[in-house]
Design a binder for this molecule. Structure first.
Ligand code: HEM
Length: 442
């Protein structure tokens, strides 16, 4: 076997680096389709920046994501701004933080989050007209923001605050979008941070700071994620830096709401493409909920709704790309990689791989049923990552998306007017503009 991974056959080096920078989503999907069965890894060597290894063999994806010793999450993109947050921390600090935060995302806590989601959906629906058009992405963004702020920080955000953060996330998306310049121009010639980027960070910091101050001003220690962090400070064996509260708050309000809002938006999009499935989801919601809001006990009964969310995350995973860097010279899949080389694993490209999925680009929630092909393609499905650094908010996001879909469809028809998305290759899979939808009360 070759020592160094193959480059995409037939393409000049500059061409593949340019394509990766220019339209990474399309490029990674095309490479997966063309070479997936042939090569476990394909190497792209940009003129600027480190060598990039695209992981095509799904078993290697799980090997890389499962091994914190050989492969580290590089601090690229917005997490570089939040060095003390869980996404960016590493080593002992990460282990301590994850142990302190994990209990906030399991068991009884999740059941109470379900109630919060119900309140937030009801407030959102009360603000909707009986009929009209709206930007579904900003609506789901405000909803998910409210859920995160209340569940993790006991804080009520205003719609203005939600809209400011929604705008900030789009500006950050533009700043961190892949670009051909980033792969072919040396760092010294690349443009510096834009004004919009600075303002976006200020807006996020301002909200994070309000949330921390409000929690600190309460007489009793808050029973929430911040409370858990503050309490952990009393334990001398846990080293938490002064900036951690702010960084964690900023990380969770941004990372925790945007991914979920996109997932809910895309679920409504796919259901608009498949009105037959939408009617069945509505019928399920009406039977299970009977006019009420969803409660924790309904979760297991909303089966089709759950499959719709899973299928949405296969075709339009909000985190479309996961990156690691080799910590030292390593062997992987029979190849040698140098220290610092990057590895890309794309849930989007693997989710659409035709060798793993039947009718891979078709929206078919039934594939997640007992006789579906989804269990066979398991390794190719990793929208929440894999291994120890996989998503801490996975269950919260799934519950929120499932409940929101059932709750809304019981009361409203939502028709997304976008036919095909022009994605922005940002940190998340953002649409390039508003997602217009037509709503009508049933
Ligand atoms: C559908 C919604 C979501 C998706 C698709 C998603 C996706 C992901 C993925 C793929 C990772 C792993 C990244 C990597 O390995 O480099 C991750 C990590 C993470 N996610 Fe999520 N996420 C979602 C919702 C949430 C929510 C609701 C929260 C918080 C409330 C959250 C907080 C985090 C954090 C803190 C990490 C870093 C975990 C660590 O390094 O220990 N995510 N997420």
């Amino acid at each position: 076997m070759a020592e160094t991974p193959h480059s995409p056959p037939g393409l000049p080096v500059v061409d593949s680096a340019f394509k990766l920078g220019d339209d990474p989503i399309r490029y990674l999907t095309a490479v997966q389709e063309a070479y997936g069965g042939q090569y476990p890894i394909i190497q792209v060597d940009p003129l600027a920046g480190p060598t990039v290894n695209v992981i095509l063999d799904p078993t290697l994806v799980h090997e890389v994501l499962g091994d914190r010793e050989r492969f580290k999450r590089p601090n690229l993109g917005p997490q570089a701004q939040r060095r003390n947050g869980l996404l960016a921390s590493d080593g002992d600090l990460w282990e301590q933080q994850r142990a302190v935060l994990q209990p906030e995302f399991v068991g009884g806590q999740l059941a109470s989050y379900a109630d919060t989601t119900g309140d937030a959906v009801e407030a959102l629906l009360a603000s909707w007209p009986e009929e009209g058009e709206l930007d579904l992405w900003s609506e789901t963004s405000a909803l998910a923001m409210q859920v995160i702020a209340r569940t993790l920080f006991s804080y009520d955000v205003t719609r203005d605050q939600c809209d400011a953060i929604h705008e900030a996330m789009q500006d950050l998306g533009e700043e961190f979008a892949f670009s051909p310049l980033a792969t072919v121009l040396p760092q010294s010639l690349q443009p510096g941070p834009s004004e919009a980027f600075e303002e976006a960070n200020e807006a996020i910091d301002a909200l994070a700071s309000d949330i921390v101050s409000w929690n600190r001003s309460q007489d009793e220690p808050p029973q929430n994620l911040l409370g858990a962090l503050i309490e952990a400070r009393q334990d001398p064996s846990i080293e938490l830096s002064d900036n951690e509260l702010l960084d964690q708050t900023a990380l969770f309000i941004t990372g925790g709401h945007e991914t979920t809002a996109l997932t809910i938006t895309y679920a409504f999009y796919w259901l608009s493409q498949r009105p037959d499935v939408r009617e069945r989801v509505r019928a399920e919601a009406q039977t299970v909920l009977d006019g009420d809001r969803p409660g924790w006990d309904d979760l297991a009964k909303l089966q089709l709704t759950e499959r719709v969310i899973r299928e949405t995350l296969r075709l339009t995973p909000a985190a479309w790309n996961i990156t690691r860097a080799a910590q030292r010279p390593v062997r992987l899949g029979g190849y040698s990689l140098d220290e610092g080389e990057l590895l890309l694993a794309s849930p989007y490209a693997h989710g659409r791989d035709s060798s793993a999925w039947e009718a891979s680009t078709a929206f078919r929630p039934e594939r997640w049923g007992p006789d579906g092909d989804a269990t066979r393609a398991h390794d190719s499905y990793f929208p929440f990552g894999s291994g120890p650094r996989s998503c801490i908010g996975r269950q919260l996001a799934l519950t929120e998306a499932q409940f929101t879909l059932a709750h809304v469809l019981q009361a409203y028809n939502v028709e997304v007017l976008v036919d095909d998305f022009d994605f922005q290759p940002a940190v998340t899979l953002q649409p390039s503009g508003p997602v217009e939808a037509c709503i009508s009360k049933l």
